[in-house]
Design a protein around this ligand. Structure first.
Ligand SMILES: *[C@@H]1O[C@H](CO)[C@@H](O)[C@H](O)[C@H]1NC(C)=O
Ligand SMILES: *[C@@H]1O[C@H](CO)[C@@H](O)[C@H](O)[C@H]1NC(C)=O
Length: 359
């Protein structure tokens, strides 16, 4: 009996390895320490939360309303409507949520590191202009939505808020997590509130300037960013008088291997159309799986270093003209290029081929 069993096992193992070889699957090593397993788990849960969290939240909310606890759904709904403006009034960050161990394991998975090049004065407000978006901006998430990379240690007395599209704050439950992580809406009203010197000191509004459009250009070792036509953030910085800080996440584009989608390809045209209608880029976050390294949506284990550059002072100007905006924009673009060129040597192994392409 046992003999038959071991024979069967052997055959199964053989078939399994044959199929793996055929499909080109590379299995993750089995003898890995517990901490690495927890890191993988943290990244796994996180990516599913990002991909399906909003749909799941809406589903759960509808289920709640149609359950015998419907009154809880109604109560939540009333509170939600009452609370709808919070995302453009400074949000509701919870230092406890931002300090969760989950984020530490998530950041150690890659690992994500936050680096400063100069000290920032905590009596001023700053607009962090972050590049590149990558597939899902993990560097910006780890650095500015959590305390796992040591934001509070690096910038004592300062607070950071990642900025995202206001639509995410209309999703029940999901919005509460986003708010707890300090995330705020990208409306002009919201930004001017965060950067108001009369209300706050040491506030940083961290914007991912390229947005969803830039995500379509996230391919390993490529750094294509959208900046030439992005001027709204310059205008807001001028209106508020907040200094502009270039922030660059080296390695951000190495985390996934999305399919090739050159301009005018069928895939690219489809993605652009969906983005035009929904504001969200349909992406194919192809990385690895839980137990193998060839297929799946789990990001690759590759280092991401988010470098905070030197602030560029901006003179407060409530009604900037187009020329004034263009001048600040041009100087900022130069500073971003300089940051990329001077820092890439330290954080990219392939720095000789790494080129910043600004469109
Ligand atoms: C955040 O977490 C770290 C490590 O777990 C802990 O040492 C620290 O006290 C926590 N900080 C706060 C404010 O809870
Ligand atoms: C942030 O993390 C550091 C450890 O890196 C901890 O000492 C500190 O208390 C944390 N701050 C907050 C506000 O959680």
């Amino acid at each position: 009996m046992l003999e038959h069993l071991s024979y069967a096992m052997e055959i199964v193992t053989k078939i399994f390895s044959q199929i793996s070889a055929l499909l080109g699957i590379q299995w993750a090593p089995m003898d890995i320490p517990m901490s690495r397993r927890l890191q993988t788990l943290a990244a796994f849960v996180w990516i599913y939360l990002i991909l399906f969290g909003e749909a799941l939240s809406i589903y759960l909310f509808i289920q709640l309303v149609y359950s015998r606890f419907w009154w809880m759904g109604i109560l939540y709904g009333v509170w939600f409507l009452n609370d709808i403006e919070i995302c453009s009034r400074g949000g509701r960050a919870s230092e406890w949520v931002r300090n969760w161990t989950w984020w530490r394991y998530l950041c150690d998975y890659f690992p994500i590191k936050l680096v400063k090049t100069v000290e920032l004065d905590p009596s001023k407000n700053y607009m962090f202009a972050c590049f590149p978006h990558g597939v899902i901006s993990l560097g910006a998430f780890g650095s500015f939505c959590t305390n796992a990379t040591g934001f509070h240690k690096l910038f004592p007395g300062m607070t950071c808020h990642l900025i995202t599209l206001g639509g995410h704050f209309l999703v029940p439950f999901f919005r509460d997590l986003a708010l707890a992580l300090g995330i705020c809406s990208s409306s002009e009203q919201s930004l001017l509130h965060l950067l108001d010197n009369k209300k706050y000191e040491g506030n940083c509004a961290c914007m991912i300037i390229g947005g969803a459009a830039e995500a379509l250009d996230a391919h390993p070792k490529e750094y294509k960013v959208i900046l030439s036509r992005r001027k709204g953030f310059i205008r807001v910085a001028m209106k508020s008088g907040a200094a502009l800080v270039p922030v660059f996440s080296f390695g951000e584009t190495d985390l996934f291997r999305p399919p090739n989608n050159p301009e005018n390809s069928l895939l690219r045209r489809f993605q652009e159309k969906v983005r035009q209608y929904t504001g969200i880029s349909p992406m194919f976050p192809m990385g690895r799986g839980l137990f193998q390294c060839s297929y799946g949506v789990l990001p690759m284990r590759a280092p991401v270093t988010t470098v905070v550059g030197a602030p560029m002072e901006v003179k407060r100007n409530l009604e900037p003209t187009n020329e004034e905006i263009n001048a600040v924009h041009a100087e900022f673009t130069e500073r971003l290029k300089t940051l990329f060129e001077t820092e890439k040597v330290k954080y990219l192994q392939y720095h000789e081929e790494a080129k910043l392409v600004i469109t």
